[in-house]
Design a protein around this ligand. Sequence first.
Ligand SMILES: Cc1cc2nc3c(=O)[nH]c(=O)nc-3n(C[C@H](O)[C@H](O)[C@H](O)COP(=O)(O)OP(=O)(O)OC[C@H]3O[C@@H](n4cnc5c(N)ncnc54)[C@H](O)[C@@H]3O)c2cc1C
Length: 426
Amino acid sequence: MMSSMKFAVIGAGYAGLAAAVELAAAGRQVEVFEASRTLGGRARAAQIDGFEVDNGQHILIGAYTETLRLMRAVGADPNALLKRTPLRFEFPGEFLMSAPSFAIPVPAPLHTAFALLLAQGLDWREKRAAIRLMLGLRAARFRIEPDITVTKWLDSNKTPSRQRRLLWEPLCIAALNTPADRASAQILGNVLRDSLGGKRAASDLLLPQVNLSALFPDPAAKFVAEHGGAVHSGHRVNSLRREDDAWQIDDAGPFAQVVLAVAPYHLAALVPELVPSVAHFDWEPIVTSYLRYPATVRLPQPMLGVDAGLAQWLFDRGALCGQHGLIAAVISARGRHLDLPMAELERGIHAEIARIVPGLPQPLAVQTITEKRATFACVPNLQRPQAHTGLPGLWLAGDYVAGDYPATLEAAVRSGVAAARAALAA
Ligand SMILES: Cc1cc2nc3c(=O)[nH]c(=O)nc-3n(C[C@H](O)[C@H](O)[C@H](O)COP(=O)(O)OP(=O)(O)OC[C@H]3O[C@@H](n4cnc5c(N)ncnc54)[C@H](O)[C@@H]3O)c2cc1C
């Protein structure tokens, strides 16, 4: 009887939809409930000023193997939807590290050593120190025990300050959305292991050429529907309760197994007894400003870093997805930018772009999206809840669930897949 019962997923972010695809692919009938009308959760399409953008500019990397696998499974071709470029870490006029483009491909992990050796903006002493740090990490199998902050880890490796400012600290904020003085060195080590420490393609940057809902969530929902399931968008679940050895979701059910794929701060409304497992979490914001210029305006590269600026990264949406003249500026984690009035922040970002693009005209329009709880603060030794809730047939999925990665699309997808597999095996 139980085996013929439907499965349910609450939340259609990347975690929930990954779980739903995995369940549907295994032949289960699955219903997905999503509060918003737009699928994708924190990685979803948004409309501004007549443009279709995202609620925050995202990047993926080649190491996002599960995200890429599931994209292929639902017919969303990563080669068509993502712009793959070899790693390029650039702060114009200050620093440039890019994967070497030799005629003969350099095998892993030498490609990272070569990239560091060829980097512009570090002297030999700094390059040697950076390579020593990577090789030391590799020799320790990317284990940093006990876990400490990235700053303490860099201190213990006597990392020169310019190298911190131009390489490790921006890398840490980009990967963990947590400043180095608070971020977990072990989680950064995990990301380095799978990207710079892995095969060369693993460190490639994958920049979306479509909005984030079209990248995976919409094709995933179609896949679920084609496999006999349903995705109910615009349905905020108000009640999740256990009745007769099965789950009821509002007036739908019975469901044999439920994957709860909401963000941690949504748990209280649905299963208050799970709140203690995330009560110690702290949050980091991400601010994305979209500046619209005449269509002829472009950046020298699709993605650029800003050294010591308000903005940290600039993206040319013209080069990425044909939205010519639209530049996205991303500011990750907490910082002085949060204290500025919005107009001042936007003026400051415009001035930073003007330093890179000579003769830049005033923007035609500017709009800023602030996600106050973009990700959990990825601090050392953070206790993250397991997928198994302890309640029968109820599994957690989401970027915050126990795993190797910081709060990212890949963490969300991996946890969705793991929760679905656990539900299938139960
Ligand atoms: C601005 C920004 C920039 C980012 N940049 C990057 C990046 O460059 N690279 C990267 O890998 N990651 C990035 N991230 C992180 C990434 O977006 C998240 O890790 C990921 O989207 C989390 O997915 P999730 O499915 O775990 O949670 P969510 O996306 O939060 O999904 C939870 C879903 O549950 C729904 N929900 C909640 N309560 C209910 C209810 N009662 N009933 C029904 N539905 C409900 C919500 O509406 C939501 O859709 C960024 C995040 C932000 C905000």
